[in-house]
Ligand binder design. Structure first.
Ligand code: 13P
Length: 340
C-alpha cells in the first residue's frame, strides 16, 4: 500500500474550493429521479444525463471527484470518449460506488447492513483498470423512536465499512467511508448527535483495527440535524455547531477530508450548512461536500429530459457547484441564490 499516493489522490479531490459530485445513483434510484421529471430511465437516457453533467463547462474549478455507478464507468460520450477519460482530462478524479445496497440485518428488526464484500477484491482490480481512483461504500443507519440502531447494528456496519476500506487501500484505491445516519423520522437533533457520535466512534475503531491508513481515506458523514418529521427543527447555526462538535470528538485529524452527503436536505440548506461549518474553522481536515440530490435536483428540474433545455440545465449545475465552492470558504450567502 502506497499511503503517500492514496493521500495525494484524497487531497486532490478536496483541494481548495473543491468537492465531489455523487452521480452514482443505482438503477432503481435514477429511475425514481427520472420519474420526477416524467422521463423514462433507459441506458441511453441515463448516458445522456450523465454526459450533460460531466461536460458542463467550468465545473472542474469546484468538482475534484465524481462518483460513478458501474454502468456509467463503462459508458462514453456520444463521441465515444469513456466518461472516466473525459473527467480525468479535465482534472476531475473518477470514483466508483462498490457497495450493493443496504439490506435488513437478520434477527435485528429495524437495523440494516450493507452488502457487497464478496468478490470485492476482484471488482476493485477491474474498476482500477477502468480508471477509478477512489470508491464509495454507504452504510445506512436508521433512527426509530426507541432502540434502533442497536449497538450490534452499528458494529456490523462499522465492520463492513472497515473491511471495504482495507480492500480499497490494498488495491491502491482511496476509500470513501460513508456511514449515513438518515434524517428520515421524527427524532430531534440531540438524538442525531448521540447516534452519529456512536457510529463514528465505532467506525474509526474498526478502521484502526483493520489497519486502514486514515491519511489515505475520506469520510462522508451526515450532518447532525433534526429528523425531517421533528417538530423542533434546528437553526443553521445549531446544525453547524452540533456537527462540528461531533466531528471534532470522533474524526482523527489525519483524515484529509470530510465530505458531507446531503441526505434529503434542500440544495440551499445543504450549501448554507456547509458554509456555516466552514465559518467555524479552522479545522484539521478539509470540510467539503459529496452531494447527490443537493447538486442535481435543480439540474433535473431545468433539464426534464429535453435537449432544448440542456444549456439551462448546465447553467444551473455550474451555479450549484460554484455556490458550494464558495461555501467551502464560508463565502456563501442565501442572497446569492438565483431566485433571490
Ligand atoms: P445525497 O447527497 O443525495 O444524500 O447523495 C449522496 C450519496 O452519495 C449518498 O450515498
Amino acid at each position: 500500500m502506497d499511503i503517500a499516493e492514496l493521500k495525494s489522490v484524497a487531497q486532490a479531490i478536496v483541494a481548495e474550493q473543491k468537492g465531489i459530485l455523487a452521480a452514482d445513483e443505482s438503477g432503481p434510484t435514477i429511475k425514481k429521479r427520472f420519474e420526477s421529471i416524467q422521463l423514462e430511465s433507459t441506458e441511453e437516457s441515463r448516458r445522456r444525463y450523465r454526459e450533460l453533467l460531466f461536460t458542463t463547462d467550468g465545473i472542474e474549478a469546484y468538482i475534484g471527484g465524481v462518483i460513478l455507478y458501474d454502468e456509467t464507468l463503462r459508458q462514453s460520450t456520444r463521441d465515444g470518449i469513456p466518461f472516466a477519460k473525459v473527467l480525468a482530462g479535465r482534472g476531475m478524479v473518477a470514483g466508483i460506488k462498490v457497495d450493493q445496497g443496504a439490506k435488513a440485518l437478520a434477527l435485528y428488526p429495524g437495523d440494516k447492513v450493507t452488502e457487497g464484500l464478496d468478490g470485492l477484491r476482484e471488482r476493485l482490480a477491474e474498476y482500477k483498470q477502468l480508471g477509478a481512483k477512489f470508491a464509495k461504500w454507504r452504510a445506512v443507519i436508521e433512527i426509530d423512536e426507541r432502540d434502533v440502531p442497536t449497538p450490534y447494528g452499528i458494529h456490523a456496519n462499522a465492520v463492513g465499512l472497515a473491511r471495504y476500506a482495507a480492500l480499497c487501500q490494498e488495491a491502491g484505491i482511496v476509500p470513501i467511508v460513508e456511514p449515513e445516519v438518515l434524517m428520515d423520522g421524527a427524532h430531534d437533533i440531540e438524538r442525531c448527535e448521540s447516534v452519529t457520535s456512536q457510529v463514528l466512534e465505532a467506525v474509526f475503531a474498526e478502521l484502526d483495527a483493520h489497519r486502514v491508513a486514515f491519511e489515505g481515506m475520506l469520510l462522508k458523514p451526515n450532518m447532525v440535524i433534526a429528523g425531517k418529521k421533528c417538530s423542533r427543527q434546528a437553526s443553521v447555526q445549531q446544525v453547524a455547531e452540533a456537527t462540528l462538535r461531533c466531528l471534532r470528538r470522533y474524526v482523527p485529524a489525519a483524515v484529509p477530508g470530510i465530505v458531507f452527503l446531503s441526505g434529503g436536505q434542500s440544495a440551499e440548506d445543504a450549501t448554507d450548512h456547509l458554509n456555516a461549518i466552514n465559518l467555524l474553522g479552522s479545522h484539521p481536515w478539509q470540510v467539503s461536500f459529496s452531494y447527490g440530490r443537493a447538486l442535481q435536483a435543480p439540474v433535473l428540474a431545468a433539464w426534464r429530459g429535453q435537449e432544448s433545455n440542456a444549456a439551462a440545465a448546465q447553467k444551473s449545475f455550474f451555479n450549484r457547484c460554484q455556490l458550494n465552492g464558495l461555501a467551502r470558504a464560508g463565502k456563501y450567502t442565501r442572497a446569492m441564490e438565483p431566485s433571490n
